[in-house]
Design a protein around this ligand. Structure first.
Ligand code: ARG
Length: 449
């Protein structure tokens, strides 16, 4: 082989980023050395020397940050060359029955498996912050919206727990993704499998993989696990972005339901009255970046012939950035929630203005025997009349109700009250304070379980 062009060499190099796989690749290499020992390629003594030296590499890297000189093409060639420095030609035996194609996928999966577990912990922390925010304002009520039009009143805690549920699905999705991450490709070699009698099950067991890839050609070509992970991160970001959007709106002067602390907002350089929700806007903005990585991975893979192609080296930065971005956004969102407070007077006032109890009036009529469609119609006409009078439904006089129906009695005022409007939504999943208190209890049990 001739010398590579310098620009190409730099272009080809992945060590600046796949350095993150260092520990995972060393552990996978140790397991491979044991596999080679079992296959009779390495004697017991040789295997001990190789694995001992690989452990030395871990120590050297930990002690001296400058040890990781970026002179290699990638983390795999770095580890191999440092091993050869330590044990000479014996180190060159380690790559028997292995290709960088099954090696990279093994290290990547090993690394990702542990990161997924950490990410799930980070999601749990945000769920705790949501429960804490719910409990800090357990009595707070705010308007709920559809089409961004005031719809029906909700408990603030119900809003918090809506996001708790989304994050719960995210945790489950990551667990499901993990099942496919946690499969051992090593032993597939370049693409056709290996002729050395390596006990792949034993290697898998040593590395804590749940199974062994069943087709060597698929094993080295497969990046489904990376795409799935980016997809799972994308959905987490969808949830964080919607949460951010809700809070940005609620913090505006027009809504004024919440205060964001100075700790997570900025002033304007020009307009002294402003408090900009930068933290939340960045979370919302970074969602697009994670979706981009997901789309990029799909596009990178779609036209690739089997098996490995260098295009696939692009998977690392995409996945790394999905992880880092999602992680920091989970953490910052938790900080924002920890600092915010609800303006309970203002949000309650908003929840009692704008005919949010119109459905209550229709339901009241239904309970008096009026068919729902008719009740809905009649309520519409009553609301129109109330708008004309410039009053809310509960501000109408009994006679004014009677003009529409003599089935409306004085008990209508109790039905239209905020307490009844919210309190009556008492079925599973509803926003009544009793239900919400129960839901908080269940959420806490999940957090402690
Ligand atoms: N750095 C490469 C990657 O990340 C490792 C695999 C290289 N394999 C090869 N045949 N060139 O994909």
């Amino acid at each position: 082989m001739g010398k590579p062009d310098e620009t190409f060499a730099a272009f080809n190099r992945s060590f600046d980023f796949d350095i993150r796989l260092f520990e995972a690749d060393v552990h996978a290499s140790i397991a491979h050395a044991h596999g080679l020992q079992g296959a009779g390629v390495l004697t017991e003594k040789e295997a001990a020397l190789v694995t001992g030296s690989l452990r030395t590499l871990l120590l050297l890297a930990k002690e001296d940050p400058d040890y990781m000189i970026l002179d290699s093409e990638d983390v795999h060639s770095f580890i191999e060359s440092r091993l050869v420095e330590l044990v000479g030609d014996l180190g060159k035996k380690l790559h028997t029955g292995r290709s960088r194609n099954d090696q990279v996928s093994t290290a990547f999966r090993l690394w990702l498996r542990d990161e997924v577990t950490q990410l799930q912990r980070d999601i749990r922390s945000l769920q705790s912050a949501l429960v804490a925010a719910a409990e800090r304002h357990e009595k707070a009520v705010l308007p709920g919206y559809t089409h961004l039009q005031r719809a029906q009143p909700l408990m603030w805690a119900h809003w918090c727990l809506a996001y708790f549920e989304m994050l719960e699905r995210d945790i489950n999705r990551l667990s499901d993704t993990s099942k496919r991450v946690n499969i051992l490709p090593l032993g597939s070699a370049a693409l056709a499998g290996t002729s050395f009698a390596i006990d792949r099950e034993a290697v898998a067991k040593e590395l804590g993989f749940q199974g062994v890839a069943q087709n060597s050609l698929d094993a080295v070509s497969d990046r489904d696990f990376a795409i799935e992970f980016a997809g799972a991160c994308s959905l987490i970001m969808v949830h964080l972005s919607r949460l951010a959007e809700d809070l940005i709106i609620y913090a505006s002067t027009e809504f004024g339901f919440i205060y964001l602390s100075d700790a997570v907002s900025t002033g304007s350089s020009l307009m002294p009255q402003k408090k900009n929700p930068d933290a939340l806007e960045l979370v919302r903005g970074k969602a697009g970046r994670v979706f981009g990585h997901h789309a990029a991975l799909l596009a990178t893979m779609k036209g690739l012939p089997l098996a490995y192609n260098k295009d696939m080296q692009e998977d690392k930065q995409a996945v790394f950035d999905c992880l880092d971005t999602t992680q920091i956004c989970l953490s910052v969102t938790g900080i924002v929630l920890g600092h915010l407070s609800v303006n309970e007077t203002r949000s309650r006032e908003a929840a009692t203005k704008g005919y949010l109890n119109a459905t209550e009036l229709a339901d009241y009529l239904v309970k008096k025997g009026v068919p729902f469609r008719t009740a809905h119609d009649m309520t519409g006409r009553i609301v129109l009349a109330a708008i004309e009078k410039g009053r809310e439904l509960h501000e109408l006089r009994p006679e004014e109700f009677h003009e529409f129906s003599n089935q409306i009695g004085p008990d209508v005022f109790q039905a239209l009250s905020l307490e009844h409007t919210v309190g009556s939504k008492s079925q599973t999943g509803g926003t009544s304070p009793a239900r919400v208190a129960e839901a908080i209890k269940q959420a806490k049990a999940k957090l402690n379980g």
